[in-house]
Design a protein around this ligand. Structure first.
Ligand code: CTP
Ligand code: MG
Length: 448
């Protein structure tokens, strides 16, 4: 049985009141529509996408689809006057006898893979699924600005999407309520007609719906901080005969990545200051890459795990020491990316950079380290957009406190089990390289 993702992107966003509907507003360089489509396109559990759009904006959508080359969209339908109508148009277009339909508001571009997979798992047991989060605020019922009642909060949740159904059940619910327009969503139709139990999957606070103009500011912040867990399903066997270059590959995480990719048949070239490759020199980095290319005729992946961690108050540190740290941690990555582009263009390859959990907020004593790591995230987000035209992907790995020589030098011996093992970071890094993600921060955490 197929899983259809239905994305409702019709409507005009009257509460958002912009010149263009909210689905076409850009956040982090992409429209809300593109963000939402990308989630469904990348999620393995979705077989086909049905996109329902505002009829007057079809040309807009067609441009977006041409640019992105989504492979799963099989239908582009004109929506109706209401959300209910748009949903009905989408399900009516499916001729399969039975299917799973996963209906999502385009205006919720922060849907996580976790929610999608929980929904699809729940569809094995239930025919109707809603997604909701507990209401932390007290909900009050009012009439003309005066409280009428205060329902018990423990029994209240706030509904989100996706909402998921067996196709036949939802078709029946719509048929029974053809002329009743008093619904904001599809679960309401099931309940009104008492057709099935609706199971609730836990949503997330981030899965916001862009409704009012101020929501776009919140969305922008959420995107700055958004990170993913690594794509688990990629097959490392695909590294066979790949040419991998690792800057910082002679110790720590870089060395682990080298060993792990070699296990799967990759040919790996490690560069570091130990073997005379100074990452702060563009020419040296360029020469190293050229030698690898000349020997193999291609380069598939480039990783930069080289970095230094210096602790201390800015006022107490030597300026040359500070500059050196910034050159290694920040300029080094710029050198590596810039010098790699000509080669990776040919293979449609990938780049990995490394950040640290301190990138989201500066910390005393780590001012230069954490700010260079924030710079790396911002850099890779920007470059992901620039390099998309060349089919090169670039992502940033964000490992939790990790058992590496760099950390040992800075913090000494730490309690057994409190650190992430570099082998886990290596697997996450390689799977990220194989995925079609780009511009993402990938969190890697130890098992708890
Ligand atoms: N939607 C739709 N067809 C409609 C109305 C809404 O497909 N006729 C979609 C919207 O694109 C949105 C989702 O349903 O992704 C949730 O609707 P809402 O946030 O209410 O969007 P609008 O109806 O466009 O906004 P408003 O209610 O402020 O006019
Ligand atoms: Mg609406």
């Amino acid at each position: 049985m197929k899983n259809y993702g239905i994305i409702l992107a019709s409507g005009i966003g009257s509460r958002y009141s912009n010149e263009i509907p909210k689905q076409f507003v850009k956040i982090a360089g992409k429209t809300v529509l593109e963000h939402t489509l990308t989630i469904f396109e990348n999620y393995n559990g979705i077989d086909e996408i049905i996109l329902v759009i505002t009829p007057g904006y079809r040309h807009f959508v067609e441009d977006i689809l041409l640019k992105n080359n989504y492979k799963k969209i099989t239908k582009l339908l004109n929506g109706g006057d209401t959300r209910k109508e748009s949903s009905y148009i989408a399900i009516s277009s499916i001729t399969d006898e039975e299917a799973n339909v996963i209906i999502h508001d385009c205006a919720r571009p922060f849907l996580s893979e976790r929610i999608l997979s929980d929904c699809i798992a729940a569809l094995e047991k239930y025919d109707a699924i809603d997604v909701a989060i507990p209401s932390t605020d007290t909900v009050i019922k009012i009439e003309n600005d005066i409280i009428e009642s205060i329902p018990n909060r423990s029994k209240l949740m706030r509904g989100q999407t996706p909402q998921c159904f067996k196709l036949s059940l939802l078709k029946k619910a719509h048929e029974l309520s053809r002329n009743d327009n008093n619904f904001t969503d599809d679960c309401g139709l099931i309940i009104k007609n008492n057709l099935a139990k609706v199971f609730v999957v836990k949503g997330s606070d981030e899965n916001i719906k862009i409704t009012y103009p101020e929501d776009i500011y919140m969305a922008d912040k959420l995107f700055q901080l958004k990170s993913l867990t690594y794509p688990q399903n990629e097959e490392l066997e695909k590294f066979k005969d790949k040419i991998v270059v690792i800057f910082g590959g002679t110790s720590g995480i870089g060395l682990c990545i080298a060993k792990e990719s070699e296990k799967y048949g990759a040919k790996v070239y490690c560069a570091s200051s130990r073997n005379g490759c100074d990452i702060t020199s563009y020419d040296t980095v360029s020469e190293f890459l050229k030698t690898v290319y000349d020997q193999n005729g291609k380069i598939d992946y480039v990783i930069n795990s080289a970095g230094v961690l210096k602790i201390g108050k800015l006022q107490d540190r030597q300026i040359d020491d500070i500059k050196k740290e910034i050159e290694i941690n920040y300029i080094g990555s710029i050198n590596v990316v810039k010098a790699s582009i000509p080669y990776l263009k040919e293979t449609h390859g990938g780049i990995l950079l490394f950040t640290s959990s301190s990138y989201t907020r500066g910390r005393a004593l780590y001012s230069t380290y954490s700010s260079t790591k924030a710079g790396i995230v911002n850099l890779s987000q920007a470059l992901a957009e620039e390099l998309a035209f060349d089919n090169i992907r670039i992502n940033t790995i964000n490992p939790e406190r990790c058992a590496t020589p760099m950390r040992f030098r800075a913090f000494g011996k730490e309690p057994e089990g409190s650190l992430l093992q570099p082998e886990k970071v290596a697997v996450a890094s390689l799977k990220t390289l194989l995925s079609n993600l780009t511009g993402q921060v990938i969190d890697v955490k130890r098992e708890r």
